[in-house]
Write a protein that binds this ligand. Structure first.
Ligand SMILES: Cc1cc2nc3c(=O)[nH]c(=O)nc-3n(C[C@H](O)[C@H](O)[C@H](O)COP(=O)(O)O)c2cc1C
Length: 360
């Protein structure tokens, strides 16, 4: 069931991709891309595809109800792929079968998580050290899945020596979509992406390839798609920073004028996030702490000196957060002025924030 086969039925996976143009996906991000964030992004112009944060599969794991809600209660009307991380063949098959009771678009295997506590268990990015195990896991999932099987991978563990073999294994197991984070596992989140491997994947696979890694702007997305031949892009951190990005890509691609959010719009977005994430049962300080996970990315493009980041990280209450917004986004001379939502050079998310959870 290839994703882009011509003449497929309307409900076949190919219908998820626009007939002409540029498929986009929101990257899976643990503790970020749950139902609240997916719903917020949908309000700003959704991607074509969603992926859940990973479901951790082990002997005692049952389908996680919180992650499941991002599939069953998703308001976007867009397909949601369920991502699995694990390597135990029996339990991967069981979990994949259980998930197929729900309206998933497909099963996605995580081959990228760089957190040492994860890769040491030979799952996520750790599997890339053992291509034959990847083959066994994919064969097992292929047998267990009546739905599309997709993969999110990096180019290798510490280098790209296994990349060619890994691509052969994807082909052999008829993987239907590959999202390629163009770094090694050891490269974490800051090494320079090596996009030439996206071109290699495009040239060796029959299925579509989504380019992932540091796609920061709509212009950059279009440039990278053209230079690598990727079918489309998957965007993570920049979608937290700029939820308009999927809409902007569509506008640019269609020759329309691109949406330019203002500082005031960003404040509106921050309030939307707060409301979506808030839970009356949780103390305010914890709600603010949860929002900071998102604001660490938004803050990278608010002001060149990092003043917003500094102030919001010290906030304990919603009203202290509002003070930071007032100063850096709602000031009379800022509120209606456009904001360029790409990170300022030299500003980085607080160490430990972006990679504190297992991330692929
Ligand atoms: C906070 C965070 C959590 C992540 N969690 C996952 C995950 O659960 N599964 C996965 O495949 N990748 C995960 N990733 C990796 C992203 O999907 C993506 O590959 C990476 O951030 C590079 O894309 P970007 O430069 O567009 O952010 C995570 C990344 C971040 C920053």
């Amino acid at each position: 069931m290839p994703l882009l086969a011509p003449g497929v039925q309307p409900d076949a996976p190919a219908s998820y991709f626009p007939a002409v143009g540029f498929p986009t996906a929101l990257a899976p991000m643990q503790d970020v891309t749950g139902l609240p964030f997916m719903n917020v992004v949908t309000g700003y112009g959704p991607p074509d595809l969603f992926f859940t944060e990973y479901f951790r599969v082990h002997a005692h794991a049952r389908v996680d109800p919180y992650i499941l809600s991002s599939i069953t209660e998703n308001k976007s009307g867009k397909p949601v792929f369920a991502q699995l991380i694990g390597e135990d063949l029996e339990h991967m098959a069981r979990y994949a079968r259980d998930l197929q009771q729900y309206p998933i678009a497909g099963i996605d295997l995580n081959l990228g998580c760089p957190a040492p506590r994860v890769y040491r268990k030979k799952v996520g990015g750790g599997l890339l050290r053992d291509p034959e195990r990847v083959d066994a896991v994919l064969q097992t999932l292929r047998d267990a899945c009546q739905c599309p099987l997709t993969v999110k991978t990096r180019i290798g563990f510490e280098d790209s020596r296994n990349f060619g073999r890994i691509l052969e294994i994807f082909s052999k197991n008829e993987v239907e979509l590959v999202s390629l984070h163009a770094r090694t596992v050891k490269g974490g989140y800051r090494s320079i992406p090596e996009y030439e491997y996206v071109t290699q994947a495009v040239n060796s696979l029959d299925c579509p390839v989504l380019l992932n890694g540091n796609v920061d702007t709509a212009e950059g997305a279009i440039r990278l798609k053209q230079s690598t031949g990727a079918a489309g892009v998957m965007i993570g951190r920049s979608a937290i920073r700029n939820p308009w990005i999927f809409q902007q890509i569509r506008e640019l691609q269609n020759g329309q004028e691109m949406t330019h959010p203002t500082h005031g719009d960003v404040c509106h977005y921050i309030r939307d996030l707060y409301d979506a994430l808030s839970n009356a049962a949780v103390p305010e300080e914890r709600q603010v702490a949860r929002l900071k996970k998102f604001l660490n990315f938004v803050g990278l493009s608010v002001d060149r000196e990092g003043g917003f980041l500094y102030q919001m990280r010290r906030a304990r209450t919603r009203s202290e957060l509002e003070d930071a917004c007032q100063q850096y986004l709602l000031d009379d001379c800022l509120i209606d002025s456009p904001i360029h939502l790409a990170p300022f050079e030299g500003l980085v998310a607080r160490p430990g924030t972006e990679v504190s959870s297992c991330s692929g």
